[in-house]
Structures are given as C-alpha cells and as structure tokens.
Design a protein around this ligand. Structure first.
Ligand SMILES: *Cc1c(COP(=O)(O)O)cnc(C)c1O
Length: 481
C-alpha cells in the first residue's frame, strides 16, 4: 500500500513516509486505502497481538517478523508499567488510561516505538546515516521524544518548548532528560512559534551525512501506534463484558493537534464500531468552533491554560481530515491551505452535515470543577486534559457507552490538581507530589522520583531568531562530523 500527500500526487512507501515526516510539497501523508480489520477475531487478543495486526496492515513494506520483534520489545517491556494501557469502567463510560509510559502521557504510546520504526525504515531503504530529530512541544511530546530516542545511540534530539507554556513538572522532566546528544531549548514565544521554527528549519536545512526526522504527530509513525490502542480498547470493553460484541460506542478525546482523535477516526474506518467521535477543546477552542460552524479561523489569541498540551491554534493534523472533506482533491486542498496561510481563515460547508464528529469545550473553571467532582463523586483522579474530556462528555449527547481518553497522569500537572482539590501548595515539588498522592490515595509513581528531586539550573531563554541560528549551527556541525 502506498501513502499519499494531501497536497499533490506524491506517493511513497510507508517506511519512506516515516523517514520523511512531511511530504516534499509541505502536505501530510495519508493512507491511500484503509484496510479492514476483523474486530471479532481480536476479542481475546493481548495488546501486542492487536499491535501486530494493526502495524502489519498499515506498514506493509515492513516485514511482519521485524514488526513483531519491535512491538514485543516495546510493549512487553518495562517501558510500560503496569501494562501498556488500563481501562477504568463506570456506568456509561470508561476511561482509557494511556499514561503508563516512561513520561506519563499518551505520547509515550507512539514515541517509545517510533525510534525503532525509524531504524527499521532506514534498513528497508538502505539508509545508513544517523538521524537528527527536531521537535516542537507543548510539553509532553518533548519528554516522550527524549526518552524514546535515547534508545538510538547514534541519533540527536533537539526539543523546543514555549518557556511560559508548559507545567513546571514538564519543564523539569524535559531538562532532566538532556545529555550530550539531546538538547532542550526554552523559547520566548508560544507553541505555534516553536512549531514555526521547526517547520522553517525543516524546509531550509540540507544535510549530507545525517537525516532530519520529525517526532511530531504529523509523522505516520506516530499515527499507527495510536490507532492500535483504539482497536485494543474496543476489544477490552468486550472482554470485560462492558458491551456485547459489535455494539457501537462513542469516543471523547481531549484534542490539540488533532493527532489522537484522527487515530480514532482511522480505527473507525478500519471497522472498529465507533459511532460519534467527540473533540474536547479547552479555551483554545479553534477546533470546536470549526466543527460547529465550518469556519477555521487561526487569527486569534492563544490562551495559556491548565491543560497546556492542548494550547494550540494551528492544528496540524486537521489537514488530513480536510483532505477527506475535499473528497481527496489535493489541488483544491493545496489552494485552501494557501488561502489559510494568507488570510488566516478557511470555510467549509459540509462540516455541520457530517455525522462522525461532534465537539465541545470546557473553560478553566469548568475543568477545575470537573477534577473536583470526578474525585468526590467517583473517587477517580483525572488530570486537567482528561477533565476537559470528561466535562465535554457530560455536556454532549451520547447514545452509547463512551470511552473518555485519559491522556496524562495528574502528577504532571500538580499546580492545577492542588488548585482543584483545595490542597495547600507548600514545600518543594517532591513534597507536594507526595502530599497529593496521599490526599488522593494513589501510589506515588516510582518513575517520577528523579524528576521530583531535580533542580533546574538557570535556563537560557531564546528568541525565535536566536534558536534558529543556534540550531542551524549545531546541526551543521553534527552533519560534518
Ligand atoms: C498532546 C496531548 C493532547 C493533545 O493531543 P493531540 O494529538 O495533539 O490532539 C492532550 N492531552 C495531553 C496530556 C497531551 O500530551
């Protein structure tokens, strides 16, 4: 099967799409045809069994044997504890907990395996060069990429994050993961600025001895692992006797870059019985507006919220869905994207008539209140992103059992958790995290010990231009050696 650009007829193999990240024309890669999966056959399958089927169907120029090895090495290892995913069932909804990886957010599900997929993709294409990974982050991608790529000893990682736009825990976590080959930069700007720097560098740097790689969610190497957990989550609901086989369900996803929910959309097209997919936005509700009105307007202020990983205006992966809305007409989409760039707006008529997606949003106050209510009424502790999803779940119609995607551990967002649960924020990070664990009666995750006790050296904050110059220089030196 080939993978195609959203903006032209450019076609490449899945392994080349993983290596390229973006198409040469600036478009995103999409699967030309979506294979069907036999969900009934998978009812008693393990997580790795499901992964082997999904990866095998979509990455069909990889050998099944190598995929199986890579999948076992990732999801059957101590990278995930206690299991790749868990689910918590309530009366009409279940949480799909995706934060059991090394950096405690759902990004680990894909970024723990992406480095191995990249190695394998290089083998397949006879490329014998180290990678330079360049990535913008609103917090969680950065640490997950740093943790994931430490496996590839020859590769280099550069992470850019908005200095004011991540939680203190996220900032410590990223800085703590630095070493000779992995560098983190605090940028004086917001996430969209970081993303712009990365895009500009991608388009302007040419390398001879190394290759540039994207760890952002535009890479189909991130999409495939994310499809996997949706397929597995459905089979788990059947296994756990929450729903009968083939019963439709709804899914609510806290959404920023449209990566996670797009994976649910592909799972649905593969035949998983999903009915409505609900986008949950925070105050940065550009996607909610789009799905309600058909107008995508990116000239608006970016608010800093307590769910920072969704503080995004330019939602990169939306282009993949727009391609569907444009009936796969790449040149019409190319034109629309040019208009979007110059005017900051895009209008689509069909959005309100389509039935797959619904959307909602939660304000900061509603998010805090939801954390509190969910804890007091159900004893369930959810992070602010998951709380946005939970609020939207309660305020949108659902005719089926619903999966709410829990995207991060509450420990990563201690400020908001203390605020929501009226816990006094005193002492250092270590003692605050411990007090919080005691308050909510959940065990202190061993993997955060080293972050809690880490002191951030004084950090250097770079302007966009400074970052651009420094990274260009460093990449140049790496490439020469
Ligand atoms: C990245 C992230 C999101 C948003 O996911 P998208 O794929 O960008 O829509 C939501 N919650 C958390 C905790 C995240 O890290």
């Amino acid at each position: 099967m080939m993978v195609k650009s959203t903006r032209s007829d450019e076609r490449v193999t899945p392994s080349m799409a993983i290596l390229n990240g973006l198409a040469k024309d600036g478009g995103l890669y999409v699967f030309e045809s979506i294979p069907k999966i036999d969900i009934k056959q998978l009812t008693n399958a393990s997580y790795t069994d499901v992964a082997k089927v999904v990866f095998g169907l979509l990455l069909d120029d990889f050998s099944q044997e190598r995929l199986n090895d890579i999948i076992d090495q990732t999801y059957n290892s101590n990278l995930f504890h206690p299991a790749p995913i868990t689910m918590t069932h309530h009366k009409n909804h279940s949480y799909l907990n995706l934060y059991h990886g090394e950096t405690l957010a759902f990004k680990d599900m894909a970024l723990s395996i992406l480095p191995k997929l990249i190695q394998e993709a290089k083998q397949i294409n006879g490329i014998d060069k180290p990678s330079i990974v360049l990535t913008a982050t609103s917090g969680d991608t950065g640490s997950a990429a740093l943790a994931g790529f430490q496996q590839n000893k020859d590769d280099y990682v550069f992470v850019l994050y908005p200095t004011q736009g991540v939680s203190s825990f996220q900032e410590k976590q990223m800085n703590q993961l630095q070493n000779d080959q992995c560098t983190v930069y605090a940028i004086d700007g917001n996430f969209d600025d970081c993303q712009t720097i990365v895009k500009t560098l991608f388009q302007s740097i040419t390398l001879t001895n190394t290759t540039l790689v994207s760890a952002n969610s535009i890479n189909i190497g991130r999409l495939v692992p994310q499809i996997t957990y949706y397929v597995y989550a459905y089979t788990k609901l059947v296994q756990d006797h929450v729903i009968p086989q083939l019963e439709p369900i709804d899914v609510v996803v806290p959404t920023g870059n449209f990566g996670n929910i797009y994976a649910a959309y592909i799972a649905k097209q593969m035949g998983v019985p999903f009915d409505t997919l609900t986008i949950a936005s925070n105050t940065n509700n550009v996607l909610h507006d789009f799905f309600q009105t058909g107008s995508y307007t990116i000239k608006r202020p970016l608010y800093k919220t307590i769910s920072p990983s969704m503080d995004i205006i330019i939602s990169s992966n939306l282009e993949r869905y727009l391609y569907t809305l444009f009936n796969h007409d790449a040149s019409a989409l190319q034109q629309a994207m040019t208009t979007l760039q110059s005017t900051g707006e895009l209008h689509i008529d069909v959005v309100k008539h389509q039935t797959t997606f619904d959307s909602g949003m939660a304000t900061e106050q509603e998010t805090l209140q939801t954390i509190k209510d969910t804890f007091l009424n159900q004893g369930t502790v959810i992070d602010p992103h998951t709380a946005v999803g939970t609020y939207v779940y309660h305020h949108t119609p659902h005719n089926h059992h619903t999966i709410i995607v829990a995207t991060a551990s509450p420990f990563k967002f201690i400020d908001a958790m203390e605020d929501a649960l009226d816990i006094e924020p005193s002492g250092d990070l270590q003692s605050r995290l411990q007090r919080f664990a005691g308050h909510v009666h959940i065990p202190f995750p061993a993997r955060i010990n080293h972050i809690a006790s880490y002191t951030l050296e004084q950090k250097q904050i770079l302007t966009k231009d400074e970052a651009m110059t420094i990274i260009r220089q460093k990449v140049g030196i790496i490439d020469e050696n």
